[in-house]
Design a binder for this molecule. Structure first.
Ligand SMILES: [Zn+2]
Ligand SMILES: [Zn+2]
Length: 178
């Protein structure tokens, strides 16, 4: 949806704070002998986010009524401050990741898994912001993300991944920029 300036940029402040709080909770409640497990859970959550990013963009943002109309706003005007309200995305991640994992495991595991997802989401909103509002250097990763995402804006059947094209390759929706 179209957000105010404060609403649009609040992800960039609220998410680092949330991730820091979850990191502190992990350190407080962690079992030192299981450090490698926590690192693995963080990396697995981050990787799972990239799949979720693909699924959300391809099937929710482009097909679900009401949400689809809001995403079309972004496709019509790429520089409009269109996004998901921070309170809503945080509540969703806490409700779908933190509390279910807390119920299944413990505070340290729930916190590290949620911080992995939140880091993935922050990475996604940052890359998406930079590809539309920034001027990445011609040879960098951000420049290739910008070119890949520009292809999605030219043809909405391709390039649903913003942070990586891995899942587009897996599901054969990748189209390389010429
Ligand atoms: Zn799209
Ligand atoms: Zn875009």
């Amino acid at each position: 949806m179209l957000l105010s300036r404060v609403g649009y940029y609040s992800d960039f402040f609220a998410y680092p704070v949330q991730i820091a709080v979850l990191g502190a909770a992990t350190f407080t409640y962690a079992d030192a002998d299981r450090a490698s497990i926590y690192v693995a859970i963080f990396l697995a959550s981050l990787a799972l986010w990239t799949l979720l990013e693909y699924i959300l963009h391809r099937f929710v943002l482009h097909h679900l009524p009401w949400i689809k109309e809001m995403h079309e706003q972004h496709h019509r005007d790429v520089r409009a401050l269109v996004g998901t309200p921070t309170w809503f995305s945080i509540a969703l991640i806490l409700g779908l990741v933190f509390f279910p994992v807390l119920w299944l495991a413990d505070v340290a595991i729930a916190s590290i898994a949620t911080s992995g997802f939140m880091s993935g989401y922050l990475w996604y909103v940052s890359v998406h912001h930079m590809v539309h509002h920034g001027h990445p250097v011609h040879s960098g990763c951000l420049y290739s993300a910008k070119r890949n995402h520009a292809m999605h804006h030219a043809d909405q059947a391709y390039n649903f991944g913003v942070t990586s094209c891995f899942w587009d390759r897996v599901f054969r929706t990748v189209r390389r920029p010429r």
